[in-house]
Design a binder for this molecule. Structure first.
Ligand code: ZN
Length: 278
């Protein structure tokens, strides 16, 4: 089930220029001093839009709402470090749609009481939910709570399926809040990155569904998914391939990777083919 990060990005970032040269200069203190006289070297990194964090040429701001969405729910996105460096990220788009204080991103693998006091306090708060599917999770849609009357916090784990699983299982803090899952979530629109199943949503999609349920406002979902649709259609126009989920590929006999040797993995894949409810 573990996914390798997608390498099919049409957009890649230029590498920073030669660090070897800098090292050579350090061996010669006088030469190094002269360096300060030189004009600042222009970075070859592509200019990035500050709002959507996309390269300026493919800025998605026209697809973002003019004003941040008015929501009472506060999202805490706990992000796997590998996710931060990925080119196709959905969290910056999410953050750009929401008021600053309503979408907090914390990067790391392990979160502790000592080093993450604010997050720890949030986890202990009765008004906090953690979004992670499983047998212990309650369907968010079925909860008899008026989230608009009492603002809640939601913790969402951002990473590949296996990263998220590892982060949830190994962080005791994430076991403190009530665990919830999305039951009525639509099939993923995020077709650029391979998802284990069609129901496996990007972090942006998860947040969109979660917020529209909790804020009792379906329009939120539409607003949040707009930049994602634009991103996907842009990537597709520029040569990215549609990544059907592994489930779809298996069912249609198009899965071309050699079958894993690991019996548990094969079993899981067989389950994907036969289980129509996936
Ligand atoms: Zn932009």
């Amino acid at each position: 089930m573990s996914e390798s990060p997608s390498s099919h990005c049409a957009v890649s970032e230029a590498s920073t220029p030669g660090s070897g040269e800098v090292l050579a200069q350090e061996e010669d203190p006088e030469g190094f001093a002269d360096l300060s006289e030189l004009p600042v070297e222009v970075s070859e990194r592509r200019p990035t839009c500050l709002r959507c964090c996309r390269p300026v040429k493919v800025c998605l701001c026209p697809f973002l709402p003019a004003e941040p969405l008015d929501v009472s729910t506060c999202l805490y996105i706990v992000q796997h470090p590998a996710e931060e460096s990925r080119v196709l990220r959905t969290v910056p788009l999410l953050a750009a749609c929401l008021p600053k204080g309503k979408c907090k991103v914390l990067i790391g693998r392990r979160f502790s009481e000592e080093r993450h006091a604010e997050l720890a306090a949030v986890c202990r708060d009765a008004r906090t939910l953690v979004l992670y599917p499983g047998s212990d999770a309650e369907n968010l849609e079925d909860m008899d709570v008026d989230f608009t009357a009492t603002p809640h916090n939601v913790i969402i784990i951002d990473g590949t399926w296996s990263q998220a699983k590892d982060m949830f299982l190994r962080n005791a803090l994430f076991h403190l809040p009530k665990q919830v899952q999305l039951n009525s979530a639509p099939s993923s629109q995020y077709v650029i990155r391979t998802q284990p199943t069609n129901m496996c949503l990007s972090t942006l999609e998860c947040a969109a569904v979660t917020l529209s349920i909790m804020e009792k406002n379906q329009a939120i979902q539409e607003v949040l998914l707009r930049p994602l649709r634009a991103l996907c259609s842009f990537q597709l126009q520029h040569g990215a391939q549609v990544h059907h989920s592994k489930e779809h590929l298996l069912k249609s006999g198009l899965y071309d990777k050699p079958l894993p040797k690991n019996k548990r993995k094969i079993k899981r894949m067989q389950k994907l083919i036969t289980n129509q409810d996936v």
